[in-house]
Structures are given as structure tokens and as C-alpha cells.
Ligand binder design. Sequence first.
Ligand code: HEM
Length: 207
Amino acid sequence: MLRLRRTPSPIIRITHWIGALSMLVMIGSGWQIYNASPILPFTFPAWATLGGWLGGGIAWHFAAMWTLIGSGAIYLIYGFVSGHFRRDLRPQEPQAVWRDVRLALRFRLAHTPGRYNAVQRLLYTAVLIVAVLTVTSGLSIWKPVQLGWLTWLFGGYDIARRMHFAMMTLIVAFLIVHIALTLIVPSTLFGMVFGRRPIASESETAR
Ligand code: HEM
């Protein structure tokens, strides 16, 4: 059934944007921290990092951690309590995902305000799980003594650190797709910023 609701609620929009900005700061400063002690045979270019040096990177990383955890907690609690996740983000059956993937590949996927398609639902649910794993694995390598049980759950410090890096990589991959889709259908950006879209784009197809 098609439901037309014009707005993502203000709480979703505000926490999305605070979380998105925090996430970008976490990524740039995280790359700075990684460069001081790489676990893979490469480092990130200086222009893509934040903080200027290890200490600066750590300061940015911990500052953004609090805004990310704060906005993320409000988003998750509101998402569950208000029914937003159940209504709007619950993944659909595989046939619907496959149908929407094929439509998307042919640039024929409709974007209806207030209703996420099957691909969006799947991606958003997945990235929220990945974001929680990124934060918890990060906490486990920040406080491996006080949060020893968490570090243990991730299989120890070394595995937790690799997990943290792998989850960051998934978030960057998501962001590339997410931002590309936003640019292809800019009215979604308008909606996510202002809560409503130009009337002309009530239902539009990315083509
Ligand atoms: C920084 C650049 C970002 C831009 C330009 C952006 C843009 C958008 C837009 C336009 C929407 C609404 C899509 C629609 O109505 O069809 C949206 C929703 C969403 N975005 Fe982003 N986003 C960004 C960063 C992020 C990050 C870092 C994450 C998580 C790691 C994220 C996760 C989500 C989720 C989960 C939703 C669905 C929100 C809901 O309704 O509960 N976004 N984003």
C-alpha cells in the first residue's frame, strides 16, 4: 500500500545531520590516528585526514564520538519508540529488494516522499547495524581494561581493532553510494533538510 507522508520527523532529520557530520569527523580523524600506526600496507593521504598530527586526530575523534553517540542514541530510541523503524525501515522480502535493484540499475526506481524503497530499507538497516558495531568496537579498543568484557566479545584487542577498521570501510562504501544517490535525486536532500519537498517531485524517478 502506498502511503504518502511528507516529512521525515524533525528528530530524525536533526539527529541524522548531527550524526552524519560527526561520522565524517570520526572518519577523517580516525585516518589520522591510523596513519600513526598502520595495520595495512598503506596510509591515508594527509589531505584526507583531520587533526594535523596524532594528538590532534585523537582530540577530534573523541570530541565527535560524544556527538555521534548522543545523536545516535536519540535517533535509535526515537526510531524504536515512535515506530519509525518498524514502519519505514523494516527490510522487505528478497523479491522486493531484487525488483528494486533491477529498477535502480535501469535508473527507473521511483522515489516517493515519505516512503523508502526496498533497497534503501536494506541499506539503512545494514548501515545502522554497522554503525553500532563501529562504535562498540571503538569503545572496546579505547577502554580494553574497563570494558574488558566488550573487548573479549570482539575476540580480543587485535581483532577488535581490525573489526573497527573493517566497519569504517563499510561505512565509507555506504557513504559513496548514499551521497551519489542523493545527488541523482536531489529532492531527497531537500526533504531531509527541510522536512518537505517541492510539490512537483511527489513521486519521481531517478533517470
Ligand atoms: C554526509 C553526507 C550525507 C548525506 C548528504 C546524506 C543524505 C541523506 C538523505 C538525503 C536522506 C533521505 C533519503 C530519502 O528521503 O530518500 C538520508 C537518510 C538516511 N541516511 Fe544519510 N546522508 C549522509 C550521511 C549519512 C551517514 C554518515 C549515515 C550513517 C552512517 C547516514 C544514514 C542514513 C540513514 C540511516 C537514513 C534514513 C534515515 C531515517 O529515515 O531514519 N547518512 N541521508
